[in-house]
Design a protein around this ligand. Structure first.
Ligand SMILES: [Cu+2]
Length: 131
């Protein structure tokens, strides 16, 4: 009986969550919304694109740049755990030219990581807010 009850509670919680996510123009406060202006649509609620099936999945990352590698257009980043996806580790990320130029060893950053072919890409790199 208890089990059924907790199942029901779980279903109710899920319903509540999806209701939150369904509200348009609301920053739901989920990890990908952090840092977005208030009132901007939640990323969970952005219209699904036609090519969403093939779209690369991006994961929010927080870490410290351990080295800048201009010859490879890449940064070595010691990143924190990405729950359910990757343990904490130091790894190489390809970045765009502007990011490469402004990146400095020792910088604490946040960004969005994704896989492209054999490479890991880091986008939306910005300074991490001080704790
Ligand atoms: Cu990693």
């Amino acid at each position: 009986m208890n089990f059924v009850f907790s199942l029901l509670r779980f279903a109710a919680a899920l319903g509540l969550l999806s209701a939150l996510h369904a509200a348009p123009g609301v920053n739901c406060g989920c990890s990908c919304c952090k840092g977005r202006p208030k009132g901007e649509a939640c990323c969970c609620n952005e219209p699904a694109k036609a090519e969403s099936a093939t779209e690369v999945k991006r994961y929010p990352l927080k870490g410290v740049i351990t080295s800048v590698m201009p010859d490879r257009s890449a940064l070595m980043v010691k990143h924190e755990e990405i729950p359910g996806f990757m343990r904490a580790m130091t790894m190489m990320f390809k970045v765009d030219a502007a990011t490469l130029k402004s990146a400095k060893k020792g910088d604490a950053v946040t960004g969005m990581m994704s896989r492209r072919g054999d490479d890991w890409i880091l986008e939306d790199v910005r300074p991490a807010k001080a704790k």
